[in-house]
Design a protein around this ligand. Structure first.
Ligand code: DAH
Length: 341
C-alpha cells in the first residue's frame, strides 16, 4: 500500500492540468465517492497493526494534502475560459454528428490532371470566359464560314455580336502566345459554353483543360510521349488509340481514344458499341496560328491538346449522365468526400 501511495504522490506532483475539463476529471478521479482517495481510506481501515497504521496514515494524509493543493493551485483555470465545456451538459449524451463537405468530382479530376502536367513542367495559367471572335476563332485559324461559328453552337452577346462565351479553352493559347515568347509550356482549365441541347451526354456548359508547348525543335514524338505519360498516370495501363482528326488550329490533328472494352453495359453505351472512348484532341500547332501571334514558325514549333473534364470524370467514376454534375443532388455529391481527393 505504501508503494502505491508513493507512486500516486509522484504522479500528482508531475501531473499538469490544462483546462477546466482536466480539473473536473481530476477531482472525480481522486476525491469522488468511488475515487482513489476513498478507496485508499477504506483499505486503511482494514489495517490492524498500530505501527503500520501510523506509518501509512501519515503518508496517506500527505497524499490527501497534495491532492487538495493541486486543486487549489489550479483553481484559476476553473475560472478561465479556455475550454467551452459546460458542466450543466449531460456528457453521457452521444456527440453531435459533424457533416463534412465533399469535393466536386469535376474539381477532383481537374486537380488530378493539372498535377500530372505540372509534374512535367507545365505551368498553370488562367483564362477568361468572355472572349471575342478573334481569340476564340480567327486567330485559331477558323475559316470565316466554319460551322462552329454558327449561332447554333456559340452563345454570342446580343448587343455586340463580336463578344461571346468561349466555346473552348483554346483561346487561352492565343492570349498567352501574344504576350509571351517561347519556350512556352502552359496548362489552363475552366468553363466553356456551347449552345447545345441538354441531354445525358451534353450540356451547354462544361469544363475543359488546354495544354500548349512551343519551343525550338518540338516534334510529334514529344506530343506522343507526353500524352502517353498523361494517360498512364491517370488511368494506369489502359490501351490507347491515336486517330487522325481535324481541328483548324493543329496540323496534323489527332484524337486519342481509351479502350474501355465491351464487358460492361454502360461501356458499350458510352462507346457506341466500339469499346473505344474518345477522351482528347491534340496536334501540332498550325504554322498559321503561330504567325497570328507573331511567333516565327520557321524557328518554333509546338503541340497543343484539349480535353473535356466531364468526359474523363464520367469515365473515371462510371457516371452515366453528364447532367448529374450540375444538379447539386447531395446524394450524388456526398459520394466524393475528401478522402477520395
Ligand atoms: N478545342 C478543341 C475542342 O473544343 C479541343 C482541342 C483539340 C484543343 C485539339 C487543342 C487541340 O488544343 O490541339 O474540341
Amino acid at each position: 500500500m505504501i508503494n502505491k501511495i508513493i507512486k500516486l504522490k509522484k504522479i500528482i506532483k508531475y501531473l499538469s492540468l490544462h483546462n477546466k475539463e482536466d480539473l473536473y476529471f481530476f477531482k472525480i478521479k481522486y476525491l469522488g465517492k468511488k475515487g482513489i482517495l476513498n478507496s485508499l481510506f477504506k483499505d486503511f481501515k482494514k489495517i490492524h497493526s498500530k505501527y503500520e497504521k501510523k506509518k501509512i496514515g501519515k503518508i496517506l494524509n500527505e497524499l490527501k494534502k497534495n491532492i487538495l493543493e493541486k486543486i487549489n493551485n489550479n483553481k484559476k483555470i476553473n475560472k478561465s475560459n479556455n475550454t467551452d465545456i459546460n458542466f450543466n451538459t449531460d456528457i453521457t449524451l452521444p456527440g453531435k454528428k459533424i457533416n463534412y463537405g465533399s469535393i466536386h468530382p469535376i474539381s477532383i479530376i481537374e486537380k488530378k490532371i493539372l498535377k500530372i502536367f505540372n509534374n512535367i513542367g507545365f505551368n498553370f495559367i488562367s483564362g477568361q470566359e468572355i472572349e471575342d471572335d478573334w481569340h476564340n476563332f480567327t486567330a485559331l485559324n477558323f475559316e470565316k464560314d466554319h460551322p462552329s461559328r454558327d449561332m447554333q453552337d456559340t452563345f454570342f452577346f446580343k448587343k455586340n455580336n463580336s463578344f461571346l462565351l468561349r466555346t473552348h479553352t483554346s483561346s487561352v493559347q492565343i492570349r498567352y502566345m501574344k504576350k509571351n515568347t517561347p519556350p512556352i509550356r502552359i496548362i489552363s482549365s475552366g468553363k466553356v459554353y456551347r449552345n447545345e441541347t441538354i441531354s445525358a451526354k451534353s450540356n451547354c456548359m462544361f469544363h475543359q483543360i488546354e495544354g500548349l508547348c512551343v519551343d525550338k525543335k518540338i516534334s510529334f514524338l514529344d506530343l506522343k510521349k507526353n500524352i502517353e505519360y498523361f494517360i498512364k498516370n491517370l488511368f494506369g495501363n489502359k490501351k490507347i488509340r491515336i486517330r487522325p482528326s481535324y481541328f483548324p488550329f493543329t496540323e496534323p490533328s489527332l484524337e486519342i481514344d481509351v479502350l474501355l472494352g465491351k464487358k460492361k453495359k454502360n461501356h458499350i453505351k458510352m462507346t457506341k458499341g466500339t469499346g473505344w472512348l474518345e477522351i482528347m484532341g491534340c496536334g501540332m500547332v498550325d504554322p498559321n496560328v503561330l504567325k497570328n501571334v507573331n511567333i516565327d514558325p520557321n524557328i518554333y514549333s509546338g503541340y497543343a491538346f484539349g480535353l473535356g473534364i466531364e468526359r474523363i470524370a464520367i469515365l473515371y467514376y462510371e457516371i452515366d449522365d453528364i447532367r448529374m454534375f450540375l444538379e447539386n443532388d447531395l446524394r450524388f455529391l456526398k459520394q466524393f468526400n475528401f478522402l477520395n481527393y
